[in-house]
Design a binder for this molecule. Structure first.
Ligand code: OXD
Ligand code: MN
Length: 596
């Protein structure tokens, strides 16, 4: 399959370690894919869904102890601990290879090792990175065929080069005690063992495109970010592209596939999806920022996806989709909480147990049919509003960068940073409240800089520095904004309708980026002036609008204490500009008259 000596040598070394019965190279052909589907159906690894309702779709159930990314078992293995930084788990590389090596040893006996050559990004693009994933899971192969460009062409492109990410994955025996997700950025290598869950095992995604790529990006002068990319077309036909970072459970996929509210649709606004999870960002020859989505599919959360929250996602997943850990019915249908229509009368829950609507546990809590983190894997091309530019090797030019979080108090609907440096501070202090779908105390605020806390492949202090330095190379850095769709009233109801209406906010952002849009200066940044956001057709009181944009200096000063505590962990490594921004913000807030 290849004459690449470095690749041949590595594959045979890994086969020596894992002892598979056979090795199969993934060529990207339809015939091979069909054969693998048949094999996985025969073994029960995947179940074919009803062909009428779900053409080309399959169901897969993971082990019940293996339903989400296991951050506590995810490591950055650099020679020096400081290079991983205080927010990452660290293991010394030799020790990491030794520990995981023991789990990999003989792990593929009786199994096939699949060799998946894949590219993140279109072939021939300066953005693109090539990886090879070795895996003993057909589910992984089938997902990688959706999420990445995989097959023979990639080997051709790679030629004799040894410049590829080496990814080794084995399900092992799915024992959480023998699970490790290891990144060796100095070796451009990823080892993942003991899991079958997407985020841990689709090595092109979080492992390569964020953790390893963020490391490469720092060395090579670009950014690998946990951001969606979307285009907004105005009535004149101008398309502005926005990259936006949100922590999990903030509706990233929904925003990326937004449907304009009726009055804006009538005016002629349209939205184009470029990506929903990852953006690689480079400075173009024209000095602008260009962003590319390196993936070719969506690995989205199913629960909550319905024709009101995200009709485009629903249309995307109608065919050729793999559903993982949702509810399965006996007649080959699937369902999830917050999905379409009534739940089926009965089915098999994500954990393999019989399920009926209304079932409760000993504590009286409803038992869900689908796991809260159940997923769909669907080809990006099936999205009805996929941007014609989505696979342009140049990427798309960015008009603005947006950071966001889920905050029931404090953060206004939208504000604009004063400068790139201030924008980096805004990103570095991003935070979100923990929701029911995540581990931790509900409502508690977790700091998640640039939504990269679990995905930054090196010391986050150096990552902030890289952002600051990167901005200095841009003749006209794009404006940076912060949004919060989730602010609540005293009685706990949301102040903003969200979903399609978020476009009204994006339009103000775009106007500002083009030098228009009325704004009022506050200590934290610019907020829209009264009337600057088009609220036509929205039933929203003036009082609510006021509350949406309120900046309470007292609350912010309290918040600043938490910023300071968060930054303290980085010690001397924190770039001085960050504390400069902190002090300037504190000063502005204090002058606002709130400080005693
Ligand atoms: C994801 C995540 O799966 O951010 O995209 O966890
Ligand atoms: Mn993500």
């Amino acid at each position: 399959m290849t004459r690449n000596k470095a690749l041949q040598k590595w594959v045979s070394e890994m086969a020596e370690l894992c002892q598979p019965d056979r090795i199969v190279w993934i060529d990207g052909s339809e015939e091979q894919k069909r054969a693998l589907e048949r094999e996985a159906m025969a073994s029960g690894e995947i179940i074919k869904l009803d062909e009428e309702k779900w053409p080309g779709c399959f169901y897969h159930r993971t082990a019940t102890n293996d339903v989400a990314r296991t951050e506590h078992l995810t490591y950055i293995c650099t020679s020096k601990k400081e290079d991983a930084g205080p927010t990452n788990n660290w293991m010394e590389p030799a020790e990491a290879y030794r520990q995981a090596g023991a789990y990999f040893k003989g792990a593929m006996r009786g199994r096939t090792m699949y060799v998946i050559p894949f590219a993140m990004g279109p072939l021939g693009s300066p953005f693109t990175k090539i990886g090879i994933e070795l895996t003993d899971s057909i589910y992984v192969v089938l997902n990688m065929l959706i999420m990445t460009r995989a097959g023979e062409d990639i080997l051709e492109q790679l030629g004799d080069s040894d410049n590829f990410t080496r990814g080794l994955h084995s399900k092992g025996d799915l024992d959480i005690e023998k699970r490790l997700i290891l990144h060796f950025p100095e070796d451009n290598t990823i080892w993942s063992v003991g899991s079958g869950y997407g985020g841990n095992v689709l090595l092109g995604k979080k492992c390569l495109s964020l953790r390893i790529a963020s490391w490469l990006g720092r060395q090579e002068g670009w950014l690998a970010e946990h951001m969606l990319i979307m285009g907004v077309e105005n009535p004149e036909g101008r398309i502005d592209y926005i990259a936006a970072a949100f922590p999990s459970a903030c509706g990233k996929t929904n925003l990326a596939m937004l449907i304009p509210p009726e009055p804006l649709q009538k005016q002629g606004y349209k939205v184009w999806t470029v990506g929903d999870d990852i953006a690689w960002i480079r400075r173009g020859e024209d000095g602008r920022l260009w962003a590319l989505n390196p993936e070719t599919g969506f690995f989205g959360v199913a629960p909550g996806t319905n024709s009101k929250t995200n009709p485009n996602a629903l249309a995307t997943i109608r065919q050729n989709t793999i559903f993982t850990n949702v509810l399965l019915t006996h007649d080959g249908d699937v369902w999830w909480e917050g999905g379409e229509g009534e739940p089926p009368a009965e089915g098999i829950a994500w954990d393999g147990r019989p399920w009926k609507p209304g079932m409760v546990d000993e504590g009286g809590k409803p038992i869900p049919g689908a796991h809260p983190n159940s997923r769909f894997t669907a080809p990006i091309k099936q999205c009805p509003i996929i941007s014609p530019e989505w696979d342009n090797p140049k990427g798309v030019p960015l008009t603005a960068i947006v950071f966001g979080g889920r905050r029931s108090r404090l953060a206004p609907l939208v504000y604009e940073a004063f400068s790139w440096q201030h924008g980096v501070y805004v990103g570095a202090t991003m935070a979100s409240e923990i929701t029911a779908a995540q581990y931790g105390k509900q409502g508690q605020v977790r700091r998640d800089p640039m939504a990269m806390l679990p995905f930054c492949g090196y010391n986050m202090a150096d990552y902030f520095r890289h952002w600051l330095e990167f901005g200095k190379t841009l003749p006209h850095p794009p404006k940076i904004f912060h949004v919060n769709w989730f602010r609540k009233d005293e009685d706990g109801s949301f102040l903003w309708p969200g979903y399609g209406d978020n476009l009204r906010v994006l339009n103000w952002i775009i106007e500002r980026a083009h030098g228009g849009g009325a704004a009022v200066e506050t200590p934290i940044g610019y907020v829209p002036a009264p009337g600057a956001i088009d609220m036509s057709g929205l039933d929203i009181s003036e009082d609510t609008v006021k509350k949406l944009f309120e900046v309470d200096a007292r609350d912010w000063l309290e918040e600043l204490e938490d910023h300071r505590r968060f930054f303290e962990q980085f010690g001397d490594r924190l770039p001085p500009e960050i504390m400069e921004e902190y002090h300037a913000l504190k000063e502005r807030l204090s002058q606002g008259g709130a400080a005693e």
